[in-house]
Design a protein around this ligand. Structure first.
Ligand code: PEP
Length: 254
């Protein structure tokens, strides 16, 4: 089964609505001919409307960087899945390591967010990954499997088909220190095997697993050449239209 690659740009807490629209205009013109991969961008909540409007005639999907587990109510400062959907989003990040670390998001909370995304008709990109200490202690695979079990382990096979997994080693995010293609491949293969074990071989073959952590135009080809890596979740390099477009077009570079 061939899995269509997905290149996703996480803008984090960068870009005003105006700057987001400008970045989206850059992407629209650089990716005018329709790239061979799926493309998604995740602006801050405030920028979603202007980015959705700018990208409306393209295939680029817009997503939320987070969502609340509830559909609405007394949750000051939060945004729900139905709100993202109504604003034109098609995806939502769940469990980014920055939210796990700074917002203390628990496995239980993330499982509820995955369900909330699915219920709202959004594709959750479920993020997992170990810290440097955990890697150095030889715990990387166990940590990732534990995060997956907590976040998506209780889904039915049908629900799982609508999920994308992103493996993002914490030590490679925003540090300039990319995992080697072999290091990433080892974890991606373990994730795929975990999916096969918990659902079935078809689910494992179909699951898209993205790599994230200091992906740049210069290293994306090496990463994408690994058999179990189906795309990239890109932070810093997604903030410039030309570098993100170059990552999206990784198949075209020599
Ligand atoms: C991210 O935030 O998901 C990420 C991978 O960031 P960066 O590409 O900057 O390491």
């Amino acid at each position: 089964m061939s899995r269509k690659p997905l290149i996703a740009g996480n803008w984090k807490m960068n870009t005003t609505p105006q700057e987001g629209a400008e970045l989206a205009r850059g992407l629209r013109s650089l990716l005018l001919d329709g790239p061979a991969v799926d493309v998604a961008v995740f602006p801050p909540f405030l920028g979603i409307a202007s980015v959705v409007d700018t990208l409306k005639a393209t295939d680029i999907v817009v997503g939320g960087q987070d969502l609340h587990a509830q559909t609405g109510g007394a949750y000051t400062g939060n945004i729900s899945g139905p709100m993202l959907k109504a604003a034109g989003c098609g995806m939502a990040l769940v469990g980014h390591s920055e939210r796990r670390a700074y917002e203390k998001e628990s496995g239980e909370m993330l499982a509820a967010k995955v369900r909330a995304a699915l219920a709202a008709g959004l594709t959750p990109i479920f993020c997992c990954g170990e810290t440097l200490e955990q890697r150095d202690a030889g715990q990387a695979l166990d940590v990732v499997r534990q995060q997956l079990a907590e976040g998506i382990g209780a889904l039915t096979g049908t629900e799982l088909q609508r999920v994308v997994i992103a493996y993002e080693p914490v030590w490679a995010i925003g540090t300039g220190r990319v995992a080697s293609p072999e290091q990433a491949q080892e974890v991606h293969a373990a994730i795929r095997a975990w999916v096969g074990l918990n659902w079935d071989a078809g689910a494992a073959r179909a699951m898209r697993i993205l790599y994230g952590g200091s992906v740049k135009p210069a290293n994306v080809r090496g990463i994408m050449s690994e058999p179990d890596i189906d795309g990239a979740l890109v932070g810093g390099a997604s903030l410039k239209a030309d570098s993100f477009a170059a990552i999206v077009r990784y198949q075209e570079s020599a």
